[in-house]
Design a protein around this ligand. Structure first.
Ligand code: URA
Length: 197
């Protein structure tokens, strides 16, 4: 089966999913934006109101910050695949419950299998917990690569947290810089142009 056909099936499966109660209140299932074959997968928590309405992840205020940070290193849509731990919006933007995270894991696993990223950037504690089954102390876990199942995984703050705590924007930029360096060193993206180039 071609990759396009696999994606068609996968997206249909996501859109028809009723594995948890969030199916009852969603407007759209939010699957991804960016490239289907990107070397970098960026994983947030769950869609908010804007994402639910547009059917795309990180298109609200958090998305603007994330996009600014990505753009600072010259990364484009070709370089990343942006998605969330949960594909449906939790009402009132609450955190997804452990049951909702679990219900969405099979689809996320399939998504990883299709995209086959080399590097993964987890944004925030919900994404970290879903991957490592442990509550993180964010200041301790951020900015370090962990190798798991063939993926190089970096954790950073959630952009919404950095919007509430603007001092966290600099460490986020730093973490993303390390991610870019790694992608460059693996030959997966072009070197980042220096300011005067
Ligand atoms: N916050 C997230 O974690 N994901 C989104 O898509 C938007 C906001």
């Amino acid at each position: 089966m071609s990759n396009d056909n696999k994606w068609e099936l996968f997206e249909a499966e996501c859109k028809n999913c009723t594995n948890c109660g969030l199916a009852d209140t969603r407007t759209n299932v939010v699957i991804y934006r960016g490239s289907k074959t990107a070397p970098l997968m960026i994983v947030g928590e769950a869609p908010g109101n804007n994402e639910d309405l547009q059917g795309l992840p990180f298109v609200g205020r958090s998305g603007q910050l994330l996009q600014f940070l990505l753009g600072s290193y010259g990364l484009t849509d070709e370089d990343y695949h942006i998605c969330n731990i949960c594909k449906c919006r939790p009402p009132e933007n609450r955190r997804p419950t452990a049951e909702e995270v679990k219900a969405c894991k099979t689809l996320l696993g399939k998504q990883f299998g299709l995209v086959k990223p080399k590097v993964v950037l987890l944004c925030g504690s919900t994404a970290y917990e879903a991957f490592f089954n442990a509550k993180p102390v964010m200041k301790d876990v951020r900015g370090k690569f962990i190798e798991r199942n063939g993926y190089l995984i970096m954790t950073t703050f959630h952009p919404a947290y950095a919007l509430r705590n603007p001092k966290m924007k600099a460490p986020m930029l730093e973490d993303l810089g390390l991610v870019c360096e790694k992608l460059v060193s693996l030959g997966l993206i072009k070197p980042i142009p220096k300011i005067n180039e």
